[in-house]
Design a protein around this ligand. Sequence first.
Ligand code: NAP
Length: 264
Amino acid sequence: MSLAIITGASSGIGAEFAKQFKENGLADEFWFIARRTDKMEALRDSLGVKARIITADLATEEGIGAVKRALEEEKPLVKILVNAAGFGNFGTFEEVSERDCAAMIDVNCKATVLITHMTVPFMEKGGRIINLGSGSCFTPLPAFNVYASSKSFVLHYTKSLNFEIKKYGLRATCFCPGWVETEFLGKATAKPGITHPKAMKPMLKCSDVVRKCIKASVKGKTLCVTNWYTKLQHLLFKAVPDVLLTKTWLGMLTKEEITEEKEG
Ligand SMILES: NC(=O)c1ccc[n+]([C@@H]2O[C@H](COP(=O)([O-])OP(=O)(O)OC[C@H]3O[C@@H](n4cnc5c(N)ncnc54)[C@H](OP(=O)(O)O)[C@@H]3O)[C@@H](O)[C@H]2O)c1
């Protein structure tokens, strides 16, 4: 049996990893971790696989503790870990609450680090870790600041991790796609009257980007950037001063005024 542990398995990119791992035989047993139990059960049933469902809010100590307890109880042999749980809120300094800032850091950074830390001792030689970065992790992005900064953290964390886990025969890949068709952007713009990009295009197909990431991970690559325009951005970010790119980004932002509904 080959076990894959996937956080954020209840939708989007995490669920697509499960589907493709099963299709290409990389894993035949799963642990799915997220808050929405019904979605993870539906995924397990649709794939017809053995899966332990861990319902956990990874922004909380209890949620992280539930994963730790499961690992210590079962002492599984893990082949693949995917840290896909994450979210982002658009909005300026004034528009994003302290609570949302903290939750983004807790899920995107803290949970990624802690779940990696507690899973590595259970991973088999040749095992793979995939951490969800983002095309937004390469440069400062006002009005997506905490999210983009959290993904920068994931990028640097993954790069260093590779030096640290080499002795165990493990490799980690930071996966940085552009905008992907999932629930992510709907949630990121869910609050009315916040600053956000006018257009989020091109939108990438989840199945395409995940396929590319799996290839990169199997090859042991540290970084997987998809697709061509995100690769171009990545190159530009290296060559052009941050301030110029950040100014271009600022020109792409918009904000709808909230109008009061008139009665009668
Ligand atoms: N879509 C994009 O454009 C895009 C681009 C680059 C990177 N990414 C990254 O890709 C990853 C997956 O996102 P997605 O696009 O697949 O979005 P999605 O469809 O919204 O999926 C996000 C997943 O994260 C889980 N999650 C969120 N908050 C959680 C919490 N507090 N505790 C436990 N699980 C939580 C969600 O499960 P529950 O709601 O059931 O808890 C869900 O399974 C994220 O890290 C995101 O930052 C997305």
